[in-house]
Design a protein around this ligand. Structure first.
Ligand code: SAM
Ligand code: SF4
Length: 327
């Protein structure tokens, strides 16, 4: 039976965060010293994740994204992905990665069902890369982008636009789509940086669009894809296209089709809301698959209408890192 919420949206997409750990320290995601990474016992095991994915399959969820933290830092990831493929649990998977560790594994990722990759990259400038990620790994990321591209894996590049940090990278980043069939997407920064710091102003999608419009040939709006998050634009003569994700303004919730499972097995029906179901507890307390599926159905039915409603329903202010939630 399909997962349908009380707003009539069908949920067929799960984003599974396989770890909260990361080898980078992006300023918008976590503080320099990192976050309080959870103990290994608190992370879902691969066996638990496999069981969970099978349950999601019975609920007609057919799109899987592997995220984190940085998925590639979790040991055994490739074996886990190959089991999903061998057991035909999902028709392939998508990956969100910082692409610092992927280069040696591109072919195997493709062999075990990688359908597309979203790569986080916020600048092409070596110094700013270090300022933003607090690590020196731009070359590895660029080499991975080439590697995925050459292996015909569809590539999207996600740039978080952080006011005062990388505004001037917007145009050079957009131009990555000129000669290559990739999509470069600009994300509004969200307040999930693992600290109590509250910023007063995030760069909005309007401001990002204005910069793109001023600096590039005319942008042509492409139709919005249902279930998508980005408003996409083409430029005449360009091989790829560009997109803007209003992740803080939350303009796309009406067609949301996703849920998230955090590294500790908490189900979130909205990024901005509370955890709504402790899947880890259910997986470990003897609940049957049917019972777990029923619990998922119930909480999905109550999925908030949008990220604003979800945020209003939170017990506590937003202080968590995207790596804890699973971005
Ligand atoms: N480590 C992987 C990566 O960076 O792609 C996967 C996890 S990361 C948390 C997932 C996505 O969340 C990345 O595209 C990252 O840029 C984005 N992200 C993290 N913190 C964010 C924030 N505060 N606002 C907007 N996007 C954020
Ligand atoms: Fe790591 Fe991704 Fe967070 Fe950057 S955005 S610190 S790469 S989890």
């Amino acid at each position: 039976m399909a997962l349908i919420d009380s707003h009539g949206r069908t949920i067929n997409y799960v984003r599974l965060a396989v770890t909260d750990r990361c080898n980078l320290r992006c300023t918008y995601c976590m503080p320099q010293e990192g976050i309080d990474f959870v103990s290994r016992q608190k992370l879902l095991s691969y066996e638990e994740m496999i069981r969970l994915l099978k349950i999601f399959k019975t609920l007609q969820v057919n799109k899987l994204r592997i995220t984190g933290g940085e998925p590639l830092v979790r040991k055994g990831l490739l074996q886990f992905l190959s089991e999903i493929s061998d057991q035909e649990i999902m028709p392939g998977f998508h990956l969100t990665t910082n692409a610092t560790l992927t280069l040696p594994h591109i072919e195997i990722l493709k062999d075990v069902g990688l359908k597309s990759v979203n790569i986080s990259l916020d600048t092409l400038d070596a110094k700013r890369f270090i300022d933003i990620t607090r690590r020196d790994q731009l070359d590895e990321v660029l080499a991975s982008i080439n590697g995925f591209y050459q292996n015909d894996i569809p590539v999207k590049i996600n740039m978080v636009v952080t006011k005062g940090m990388n505004d001037e990278d917007i145009l050079p980043m957009a131009q990555l789509a000129e000669h290559r069939n990739i999509q470069v997407r600009f994300l509004e920064e969200m307040p999930f940086n693992g600290t109590n710091e509250t910023k007063t102003h995030f760069f909005t999608h309007h401001e990002i669009k204005e910069i793109l419009e001023k600096g590039l040939p005319p942008l042509k709006s492409l139709p919005f894809t249902k279930g998508g998050t980005s408003q996409n634009y083409s430029v005449d003569g360009w091989k790829g296209d560009i997109g803007i994700i209003a992740s803080y303004s939350r303009t796309f919730c009406g067609s949301c089709n996703r849920v998230r499972v955090t590294p500790t097995g908490q189900l979130k029906t909205c990024l901005y809301g509370n955890h709504v179901l402790d899947l880890r507890q259910l997986l470990r307390n003897g609940s049957s698959d049917l019972e777990i599926a029923d619990s998922i159905k119930q909480v999905v039915a109550g999925k908030p209408m949008d990220g604003f409603e979800a945020e209003r329903s939170r017990f506590v202010d937003i202080t968590e890192s995207m790596a804890t939630i699973g971005g």
